[in-house]
Design a protein around this ligand. Structure first.
Ligand code: SF4
Ligand code: SF4
Length: 342
């Protein structure tokens, strides 16, 4: 059976999975322990050339940004390799890809001068905006002063093209008078165990493991059977906000560890589609048949977790984590993702 691959109209370019942080909620299981494996110059040029002409501008225009439009540079932490980030911005500008922004955890914003200099340089080469990441998981790693600095200088330079994800947390941290770093446990204590109020959150990637363990007593776990009928929350076959990684995997939505194929070969991938007979895991996922995937894995030796699962995505990633050890599945890439999940 043939399956069309979504024609990407927006997304993120993962320059590397290496990060300065190891956040408990990270969808892509990034950390300082990943090999950097920065995307090569050739692959960068090739992937951007394939995205050129496909990426749609923000509804506010090509010089403006919005979360699910345009192209963003991400990771891992893109500022760990500023030279590469700068080069990516320059090439993207040459290809006239609209509504570009960089996503950062702000670890590098240690002084006003350095922050202003780096952001000004990126802007002068064509970058349109910046997304500052804020939630209690980053706060464990990045002193809040650095986040505030990025917000302030980012706003000075980019105006409304500086945006904070998630703004509710930023406001909350300011009103709490937070300084420095705060451990997640301490944050929970200070907020009566509440960290999800009024915010978007996905239990997928590392969140399903490290965070799930820590919150075992306060968040609900489900038996697989009660998750079978649920829809894929991350939107698996959508054209917007997909990812393209440093190994040239075309990653659907936020589904770390899954690949539609090599995005250097995007034209062919979009024209030919995928023969699902060659991609058994994708075959189950595109039909939203998590029950089928579960039984397929069980036949290969997968053991159901006695603790239950936090979400359908938790069940999905746990099955896939088993499958990468049980056979050769081309759609389960990069393999390192599964090794980085504890
Ligand atoms: S969530 Fe962001 S900052 Fe945290 S480990 Fe993942 S990539 Fe790094
Ligand atoms: S269930 Fe799997 S395929 Fe669906 S959104 Fe979650 S991680 Fe992605």
């Amino acid at each position: 059976m043939k399956q069309e691959v979504p024609k990407p109209i927006s997304g993120g370019l993962i320059l590397s999975y290496r990060c300065s942080c190891e956040c408990l909620h990270c969808m892509y299981a990034c950390s300082p322990r990943w090999e950097a494996d920065w995307i090569s110059e050739n692959d960068l040029e090739m992937v951007l050339s394939k995205l050129s002409g496909r990426i749609a501008a923000s509804p506010y225009g090509p010089n403006n940004v919005s979360l699910n439009s345009g192209l963003h540079f991400t990771g891992g932490e893109p500022f760990l390799n500023f030279e590469l980030l700068l080069n990516a911005v320059i090439i993207t500008e040459e290809y006239a890809i609209p509504s570009t922004f960089v996503e950062t955890n702000c670890f590098w914003c240690t002084s006003d001068r350095d922050t202003r200099e780096k952001l000004s340089t990126l802007k002068s080469k064509g970058l349109k905006g910046i997304l500052v990441s804020v939630n209690p998981f980053y706060l464990e790693w990045v002193p809040f002063e650095r986040t505030k600095r990025a917000v302030q200088i980012g706003y000075e330079l980019f105006g409304n093209n500086m945006f904070v994800y998630q703004l509710d947390y930023f406001r909350r941290f300011v009103s709490m008078g937070i300084e420095g770093r705060v451990s997640f446990y301490r944050y929970l204590e200070q907020n009566n165990g509440d960290f999800l109020h009024d915010v978007e959150f996905f239990f997928m990637g590392r969140a399903a493991y490290d965070l799930g363990e820590r919150l075992a007593k306060v968040v609900q776990h489900y038996e697989p059977q009660s998750l079978f009928g649920r829809q894929c929350v991350g939107g698996f076959l959508r054209p917007w906000h997909n990812h393209f990684d440093n190994y040239c995997n075309y990653v659907p939505g936020y589904c770390g560890g899954i690949s539609f194929g090599d995005c250097r070969d995007l034209d062919n991938l979009l024209t030919e589609g995928l023969d699902l007979d060659d991609y058994p895991v994708l075959a189950y996922l595109v039909s939203e048949d998590i029950k089928g995937l579960f039984e397929f894995a069980q036949d290969l030796g997968y053991m159901e977790s006695g603790k239950g699962y936090l979400s359908k995505c938790h069940l999905c990633v746990d099955i896939r984590r088993f499958l990468v050890t049980a056979g050769e599945f081309r759609e389960l890439r990069p393999k390192e993702f599964y090794q980085q999940l504890k």
